[in-house]
Design a protein around this ligand. Sequence first.
Ligand code: SAM
Length: 321
Amino acid sequence: MTPRDVSSRSARGATGESPRSLSEERSDETKRRTPSGRDVSSRSARSTTEAATATGKVWLVGAGPGDAGLITLKGLRALEAADVIVADRLGARGVLDGLAAEGIHLTADIVDVGKLPGHHAVPQDAINALLVQLAQDGKTVVRLKGGDPYVFGRGGEELHACQAAGIAVEVVPGITSAISVPAIAGIPLTHRGVATAFTIATAHDQIAALGGARDHTVVLLMGIGTLAHSAITLARGARGEDCPVAVIEDGYGPRQRVTVGTLATIAHQAAERGIRSPAVVVIGDVVRLSPYAPASFAILDLENFDPLAAPGGTTRKAPAL
Ligand SMILES: C[S@@+](CC[C@H](N)C(=O)[O-])C[C@H]1O[C@@H](n2cnc3c(N)ncnc32)[C@H](O)[C@@H]1O
């Protein structure tokens, strides 16, 4: 299904039930609420005591990378029980559309707070306020977030905002794009004899401080704008400029595409191919295991593969343990 804005749309309202169902009335109530969380409905006049007794609950649910099959069962159950779903565009909307395509019809109103072409995302403070307001109105709210709420997802801030307002809140972890998107390109982040550790980072200043060599996989999220800078920085370290790199765009989505190169070539390839966000960048020898890697990268003899072998064939001294 093509992504579309269904802000405050009631799934049940679309069935044309008549007379007006409770869910339609509930939908209208949500329509009167702005994305800033300000309640402009007549219910805003109700007493504090009434609001306190009717307080709902917020579920912070990880949607996974955008494939409806990759949300957890607990996450799905929370969606089914929700009055309102406050959804990101990345990952979350793909899951909602995918569930609908599978015949799973959710009855909740959906508020889209993600980026739309030509529009800015709803600011984080406004999302926090909206979650609190909806719960104070007695709603069961799912905040559906791409990947995992706690991996570069500002889930901690939303949790804190709800807790600070005395709202019951529960986190349902999701499958982060940092692991699942490489997987769909056939890249395990660790592999015995190839890589023993991985680091997930954004492509900002912390890259210069990253240790390890090419047997320590680096995964970059939000890394496309600064890819050239990151590649130069990492190439200067122990990984070297011929360290393999994969960029996976729009994992599990209609634009999914994998580009494989090295730290020396990847920025040029990205410019040439017009690589765009969202994308996950994987750096390290595990990239050689991908079926998308050129034959010259292939690890043919995994039994004897030496992740510490220098490009020229000599073996670097293993670090003392
Ligand atoms: C703000 S971070 C959120 C990460 C999210 N919490 C997670 O655990 O996956 C957004 C970044 O995640 C990555 N990302 C998320 N979904 C993706 C997908 N389906 N394909 C490629 N990259 C994705 C991109 O690097 C994107 O810029």
